[in-house]
Ligand binder design. Structure first.
Ligand code: 5AD
Ligand code: SF4
Length: 446
C-alpha cells in the first residue's frame, strides 16, 4: 500500500481541492498518513495570493526533504504550482510532480506516470473546460461540507493572481450540485458551504439555466440541510434576488461576505473592480433592508499604489457606515503577472503597516459594539468542539460568530461526551461579548 501525506495552505477552495485530491488518491489505493516521514508521496497544496509565497514554498519543500528522508516522491499542487510551473523542478530538483489548480481533473493520469517511475510530471494547462468533480471526496468535518459550484475567475482585478492560477470561470451543472447536496444531507451533513472564487457569478451550463440565487435557494430547500453559506461574492454580480432568496429560505445563513477592497471610488477604479463606492453601498443597503439580521464581512487592501491618505480615510468612513461584523484586511503586495505590477509599489511598508493598524483598531471598536448588542439574545449554536481549559463548548451561530457556552453537567458531574454534542444545534443565551467572539449559556427555553 502506498502512503501519502498532504499539507494545505490558502483559501477554502484550496482546502476543498485537497479533500478532492485525497478522495482521488484513496480511490487509487493510497492511504493517508499524518506525517511526511511516514509517507511515500508528500504533497504540498500551495497558495500565492500574497507576500513572498514562492520563497515560503521552496523553504518548506527543503524542510520536507530533510524531514521526510530519501526515496520519496514530492509533489507541489495549487496556485504556486500553476504560477511557477516547471521552474519548480529546477529550483527544487527533488520535486517530481507539479500540478496547477486548474488541472486537477488530470490528476489520475499524472499519478499513473508517477507510478511508472517518471521523475518530472507536470499538469499546468489552464484551458481545461472541466470542473474538478470527483465521486470520492474525503471530507474531514462530519457536519459541514464544501461544494464547489464555480471554479476560476473571469474578472481581472489589478492586484490579483487568481485569474492566472485558476483559469477562467467554469460553472457546474445545477443538477450535479443538487445531487451532491442531497447525498451529503443523507450522509448526515447539516451545513453546506457553496464555494467559488466568484460564487455569485454562477451560470448554470445545463438547460435549466439557473442563476446563483436560484441555485442557492434550491440548495437551501434540500431536506436535512439546516445551514447554507456561500463564499466569495463579487459586488458587481451581487443581485437583489440573492437577498430575496435569503429572506425566503430559513436555512440560508444570516451571513454575507462581500469584499469591498477599498472605500474610495478612485482606488476601486485603479483596482479595476468594476463598481463604485455608491454601487457597493447600494448592495449593502439591500442587505440591511432584509428582514433577516444578516451579518456582513469584507476584505480590504491598504496601500494599493496610488492610495492617498484621503482615499484611505474614505475606507475608514466606509467601515463606520457599513458596520461590518468582521473584516479581513491586508497590506497590498505585488504579485507576478498581475496588471498592477506596472503601477509599482511606492507606498512604504511602514506606511502600509500604519494604515492597517488604524483600520484594524477602528474595526475592533465596531465589532465590540456589534457583539455587545447581542448580549441577552438567544442564538442557535452549532457545536464544533470543547475547550477543556475554559470548560466551554465551542459553537458557531448562523451569523458565523463564535459562541462559546456552558452546558449543564450530567449526574456524574461531568460534561456530556463530545459525540453527543458536536454537530448538534443548541439555543444559547449570550451573556458576554468580546471583539472576536461571544460567550453564553445553554438556554433550555428560547
Ligand atoms: N495584495 C494584498 N491583498 C490581496 N488580496 C488579493 N490579492 C492581494 C494582493 N496582491 C486580498 C483581497 C482578496 C483576498 C482574498 O486577498 O482582499 O479579497
Ligand atoms: Fe490562494 Fe487565491 Fe489560490 Fe485560493 S485561489 S489558494 S487564495 S491564490
Amino acid at each position: 500500500m502506498k502512503r501519502f501525506y498532504i499539507e494545505t495552505f490558502g483559501c477554502q477552495m484550496n482546502v476543498h481541492d485537497s479533500e478532492k485530491v485525497v478522495g482521488t488518491l484513496e480511490r487509487r489505493g493510497y492511504e493517508m498518513v499524518d506525517s511526511p516521514e511516514a509517507a511515500d508521496l508528500v504533497l504540498y497544496n500551495t497558495c500565492s495570493i500574497r507576500d513572498k509565497a514562492e520563497q515560503k514554498v521552496f523553504h518548506r519543500l527543503d524542510q520536507f526533504k530533510r524531514e521526510a528522508g530519501a526515496g520519496k516522491i514530492f509533489g507541489v499542487l495549487g496556485c504556486v504550482a500553476q504560477q511557477e510551473g516547471e521552474r519548480i523542478f529546477e529550483r527544487a530538483p527533488h520535486v517530481s510532480l507539479v500540478v496547477g489548480s486548474a488541472s486537477y481533473t488530470k490528476l489520475p493520469e499524472l499519478l499513473v506516470q508517477i507510478e511508472q517511475g517518471e521523475t518530472r510530471v507536470a499538469g499546468l494547462s489552464l484551458d481545461t473546460e472541466d470542473t474538478f468533480e470527483t465521486e470520492h471526496t474525503r471530507r474531514d468535518n462530519p457536519h459541514r461540507a464544501y461544494i464547489t459550484i464555480i471554479e476560476g475567475c473571469d474578472k481581472s482585478c489589478a492586484y490579483c493572481v487568481v485569474p492566472f492560477t485558476r483559469g477562467g470561470e467554469r460553472s457546474r451543472a445545477s443538477d450535479s450540485v443538487l445531487t451532491e447536496a442531497l447525498s451529503l444531507a443523507q450522509a448526515g451533513y447539516t451545513e453546506i458551504q457553496l464555494l467559488g472564487q466568484n460564487v455569485n457569478s454562477y451560470r448554470d451550463p445545463s438547460p435549466a439555466g439557473w442563476n446563483f440565487a436560484q441555485l442557492l435557494e434550491a440548495v437551501g430547500r434540500v431536506e436535512g440541510i439546516r445551514r447554507v453559506r456561500f463564499t466569495t461574492s463579487h459586488p458587481r454580480d451581487f443581485t437583489r434576488d440573492i437577498v430575496h432568496a435569503i429572506d425566503r429560505t430559513e436555512s440560508l445563513c444570516n451571513q454575507v461576505h462581500l469584499p469591498v477592497q477599498s472605500g474610495s471610488t478612485a482606488v476601486l477604479q485603479m483596482m479595476a473592480r468594476q463598481y463604485t463606492r455608491d454601487e457597493y453601498m447600494r448592495r449593502i443597503q439591500w442587505l440591511k433592508a432584509s428582514k433577516r439580521d444578516i451579518a456582513l464581512s469584507t476584505d480590504i487592501i491598504v496601500g494599493f499604489p496610488g492610495e492617498t491618505e484621503k482615499d484611505f480615510e474614505e475606507t475608514l468612513r466606509l467601515l463606520d457606515e457599513v458596520e461590518y461584523d468582521s473584516i479581513f484586511s491586508f497590506k497590498y503586495s505585488v504579485r507576478p503577472n498581475t496588471p498592477a505590477l506596472s503601477l509599482g509599489d511606492h507606498i512604504p511598508e511602514e506606511e502600509k503597516g500604519r494604515r492597517l493598524a488604524i483600520l484594524q483598531e477602528r474595526q475592533r471598536g465596531i465589532q465590540l459594539r456589534r457583539n455587545a448588542a447581542l448580549i441577552g439574545t438567544v442564538q442557535e449554536a452549532l457545536v464544533e468542539g470543547f475547550n477543556t481549559k475554559s470548560g466551554q463548548w465551542i459553537g458557531r451561530t448562523s451569523q458565523n460568530r463564535v459562541l462559546n457556552f456552558t452546558y449543564p453537567e450530567n449526574e456524574g458531574g461531568s460534561q456530556p461526551a463530545r459525540r453527543e454534542m458536536v454537530g448538534r444545534y443548541f439555543p444559547v443565551r449570550v451573556t458576554r461579548a468580546g471583539p472576536n467572539s461571544l460567550a453564553g449559556e445553554y438556554s433550555a427555553v428560547q
